[in-house]
Design a protein around this ligand. Structure first.
Ligand code: ADP
Length: 216
């Protein structure tokens, strides 16, 4: 079972994927998290990706698809968060899965307007060790700058500054929206209003996942 979560930066893909992956036994494959971890460890992949990530640009497709191909198992249960991000990546994913006779089970769009996306990205803080996500205004860690889960340092992502956040939204509009249009006409496509409280978004997504599970 392969599920894709689509949505603008700040729409809650990461938060929701973590919750749903735990709840339904999916592996959470978050390309942004992988790049941040590889950049922190200064691996070859991290060095290749770092300038793109820092500047809010997409990492070149060949690098991303090779990375995903090495981590995905078409016969497993995967929740994809941040991939595919353009039409080329979607086609690459389809051909990876096709070898095993598998197709994508569900594509969910977390729909959010740009002004709210910018507000959320500016307030977002993450743990530099475990990736836990906080919001400086609405959901800060109990102790300022310290992760509740692992005690790591809670920081602002380098690409969450206002100028880079705006650039990432432009990249989303230019490259990812055509992908939304591509999936929108298909039966596997569902849309959730991401302006709602996280629990409501989760409930809506859970209903779609359960419906797909029931069909398989
Ligand atoms: P968000 O969805 O909030 O923008 P992510 O954590 O998913 O953040 O991604 C952060 C950055 O990692 C992107 O701006 C981009 O540089 C890189 N990245 C992640 N996934 C991909 C992808 N599928 N293709 C290209 N670049 C990617």
């Amino acid at each position: 079972m392969i599920i894709i979560l689509l949505g603008a930066p700040g729409s809650g893909k990461g938060t929701q994927s973590k919750r749903l992956a735990d709840r339904y036994g999916y592996q959470h494959l978050a390309t942004g998290d992988i790049f941040r971890a590889e950049i922190a460890k200064k691996t070859t992949l991290g060095l290749k990706a770092q300038d793109y990530v820092k500047n809010g640009k997409l990492v070149p497709d060949a690098i991303v698809t090779e990375m995903v191909a090495g981590r995905i198992d078409a016969k497993g249960k995967f929740l994809l968060d941040g991939f595919p991000r353009n039409l080329e990546q979607a086609q690459a994913l389809d051909s990876m899965l096709k070898k095993d006779g598998v197709t994508v089970s569900l594509v969910c769009l977390l729909a959010l307007d740009s002004a709210e996306a910018i507000r959320r990205m500016s307030a977002r803080r993450i743990c530099s060790q475990c990736g836990a996500v906080y919001n400086a205004a609405t959901a800060p860690p109990a102790k300022d700058g310290v992760c509740d889960a692992c005690g790591g340092a809670v920081v602002q992502r380098e690409d969450d500054t206002e100028a880079t956040a705006k650039k990432r939204l432009m990249v989303f509009d230019d490259l990812t929206q055509p992908l939304v249009a591509y999936y929108r006409g298909e039966q596997i496509f569902e849309e959730v209003d991401a302006n709602q409280a996280p629990e409501k978004v989760e409930a809506a997504l859970a209903a779609f996942i359960e419906a797909v599970g029931a069909k398989s």
